[in-house]
Design a protein around this ligand. Structure first.
Ligand code: BGC
Length: 712
């Protein structure tokens, strides 16, 4: 690039470069093979045939580790592209940096339980900073798929079932990552609706539901300036997303004005053949490009066929140019033309003391105390404590799914953290439960049982048909609980599990997800009350597997019109219908009383704002944090709407006896939705604003939306 060009706006630089490119070079920019290396790929790099590459261990990269990144290989590849190719266009190197890089934070579902966008932004900033120093320019995160399907293993990778929460955390992740590397909102769209929770399955959903629930988080990410969006593996009502021109080209690109890159998921374009909608790889390439998928991850079909497709007039050259422009624009936006090489330094990449402190803070904030008969918090003075279960001395298994660069050896395990605290007052049994565990349970003042899922039971392609604990764990827990001593159950996992029996037998239950590098110390902080538990469930925990889907978004139906808790009942003959643990649930070591919400006005003109204030009192004897949740119920709309829709939330830190006030300022746009004609509307009429501790909240204030005030 000549220096005068560097002064031009990005789009002018892109256009100038495009004019110089041959058809083969353009196609090269749309080709993203995995794991390029300077030896075997030298010729392709020098010929400008590799626009991007991702480093992954294969199609199921979240489950299998690779040997780690080689900064040297990345740098050498980049030198070949920049110094030896005709136009010197740098390669865009991607990697899945999902919930941390070297320092591992809780899995995204756990992070969502912290209900803290600022925290997510900070830790994605750290992850991006660690990754960029190893040559990574782009991550395939955040996942903002909405899912009400805990059988689907990938709920671990997302921020839960609420578009409001997931959208806001997704925006924060984009902002944090993009201080250093490009981010990707994935998977566009509807992937979380996979039939039966079986990964990659078909999706049947109408566009109204897509718009009102599933597209919202992607719109939020686009509004936050996300540089790329990844297409999803599923079809929607018969049209695979990698061929879905309506949703990708028309909605995402045209309607929303998204001018970044749409990247395929792994081999997603080539797999149009497997879907049975493309006759062969060439046909798949044609459909992918026409639909608006710009970059071909791992299938190679663009490289093999786009030149002839354009030559034969089957792909219009302007659509090809549009895709190339997007890829080049992203490279300019990331500054790769000016600074293409990894920014290596002598300092350790991580974890450092500072990143560990953040990982600990995040892990503490993610843990949800869901039941407690008073056994928690444990006293530092406890006479004896028995730590048991399959995760006692684990590092690696507490990192969670999709950890490519964090190391189990860096994890402070529960055993290490508890030993530090208790010394010889701690006994432990690890691995499988045993008779020895029973002896030690009987001998100890309290037992902490670490149960739940190994990460290999969550994440991509790891769906389950049964939400119960893995085989044998519940039986063992029951046996220990039958010994008459208090047992605290800590449940690790990547999804809402069926905890009905655990709740029945244990003295206290903590949902700890997969907490990451600082798993042990964070758990000790929460159990010993050095930090107050403050996590709140970002997904409903259903009463049983047969209750799925069970979410906060249940809609008004033709019968059971009454909007009260009782209305949940009567749908099954053999069980209650209410969730086992509702969305938003989470206890503290103190108690709170929520007062009635008060609105600043009973009428709000369209386009105006209303303020809702809710007094909350700490009625216990400890300081604590309460999350005040604000929900919307719209009793009359053009389409059926959720009985409850989370609008906003606020944390209050309250001393014993203190009363604080949560203040929500809500614009009338927050009451809008997509109507029958799929356009956005905000109706006049009554809405109910409901506030409280979780999705069983019922304190409400009514507000009437009226016509906008006429201009003076
Ligand atoms: C996953 C994506 C991931 C990609 C690259 C795919 O199998 O669905 O979420 O980003 O692989 O590793």
């Amino acid at each position: 690039m000549t220096t005068w060009m560097q002064e031009l706006p990005i789009d002018d630089r892109v256009d100038a470069l495009l004019l110089e490119m041959t058809l083969a070079e353009k196609v090269g920019q749309l080709n993203q093979p995995a794991n390029v290396s300077p030896g075997p790929d030298r010729d392709a790099l020098a010929a400008g045939r590799i626009g991007s590459s991702l480093y992954a261990s294969g199609a199921l990269g979240g489950n299998v580790r690779d040997e780690g990144l080689s900064i040297r290989a990345i740098e050498q590849c980049q030198r070949i592209a920049v110094e030896e190719s005709r136009l010197g266009i740098p390669v865009l190197f991607g990697r899945d940096v999902i919930h941390g890089h070297r320092t591992v934070f809780p899995i995204p579902l756990g992070l969502a339980a912290a209900w803290d966008a600022e925290l997510v932004e900070r830790l994605c900033d750290v992850a991006g900073a660690e990754a960029v120093r190893e040559g990574v320019a782009w991550t395939f995160a955040p996942m903002v798929d909405i899912s009400e399907e805990p059988r689907w293993g990938r709920v671990a990778e997302g921020f839960g079932e609420s578009p409001a929460l997931s959208g806001r955390l997704g925006m924060a992740a984009v902002t944090g990552f993009q201080r250093h590397i490009g981010a990707t909102a994935k998977h566009f769209v509807g992937y979380g609706l996979a039939a039966g929770g079986r990964d990659y399955e078909s999706v049947q959903v109408g566009e109204n539901t897509l718009r009102n629930l599933h597209l919202r988080t992607f719109k939020a990410a686009v509004d936050a300036g996300v540089l790329s969006v990844m297409a999803s593996f599923n079809d929607i009502d018969g049209t695979p997303m990698h061929a879905n021109r309506r949703l990708i080209r028309e909605v995402l690109k045209q309607e929303w004005g998204f001018d970044g890159v749409v990247v395929a998921d792994w081999s997603g374009i080539g797999q149009l053949v497997d879907h049975g909608v493309a006759a062969d790889a060439r046909d798949a390439a044609r459909q992918g490009l026409l639909a608006g998928v710009d970059l071909d991850m791992a299938s190679g079909v663009y490289l093999a066929h786009l030149e002839s497709l354009v030559g034969d007039g089957e792909v219009p050259p302007d659509l090809l140019d549009d895709a190339v422009r997007r890829v080049l624009r992203m490279k300019f936006r990331l500054g790769l033309f000016d600074d293409p090489y990894p920014r290596t330094t002598a300092d350790p990449i991580g974890p450092t003391a500072a990143t560990r402190a953040l990982a600990r803070e995040a892990a503490v904030a993610s843990m949800v105390l869901v039941a407690n008969d008073g056994v928690l918090p444990l006293s530092d003075e406890v006479e004896s404590l028995h730590l048991t279960g399959p995760f006692v001395d684990e590092g690696e298994a507490l990192l969670g799914t999709w950890v490519l660069d964090g190391r189990g050896a860096d994890v402070s395990s529960p055993l290490v953290a508890f030993t530090e605290l208790l010394g010889d007052r701690l006994t432990h049994t690890d691995g499988r439960f045993s008779d020895l565990a029973a002896h030690r349970t009987r001998a100890a003042a309290v037992t902490v049982a670490l149960l739940g899922e190994h990460p290999s039971r969550s994440g991509e392609a790891n769906s389950v048909a049964d939400l119960g604990l893995p085989a044998g764990q519940l039986e063992a827990l029951k046996q220990l609980c039958g010994l008459g001593k208090p047992v605290v159950a800590v449940v690790f996992g990547g999804r809402p599990l069926d905890l009905a029996e655990v709740l029945r037998v244990a003295s206290a239950v903590v949902v700890a997800w997969h907490p990451g590098t600082e798993a042990g110390p964070a758990l000790a902080d929460v159990l010993f009350g050095r930090r107050e538990p403050s996590g709140r469930l970002p997904m409903t925990f259903p009463r049983s597997t047969g209750h799925v889907p069970s979410s906060v978004h249940a809609r008004a139906t033709s019968r059971v019109l009454d909007f009260t808790r009782d209305a949940w009942d009567g749908r099954y003959l053999d069980a209650l219908t209410q969730p086992q643990l509702p969305f938003g649930h989470g206890l503290s070591y103190t108690t709170f009383r929520h007062g009635e919400p008060v609105a600043s006005a009973s009428e709000v003109p369209l386009g105006g704002q209303v303020e809702v204030r809710v007094p909350v009192t700490n009625t216990g004897e400890r300081a604590g944090r309460e999350l005040v949740q604000l929900y919307l119920h719209d009793p009359v709309a053009e389409v059926t709407r959720p009985k409850l829709e989370l609008l906003d939330w606020q944390w209050l830190d309250l001393a014993p006896g203190e009363t604080g006030t949560a203040v929500f300022t809500i614009g009338t746009d927050a009451f809008g939705y997509f109507g029958r004609d799929l356009t956005w509307r905000v109706d006049q009429g009554l809405v109910r604003l409901i506030t409280g501790h979780d999705a069983t909240a019922s304190a409400a204030v009514e507000v009437r939306i009226v016509a906008a005030e006429a201009d003076e």
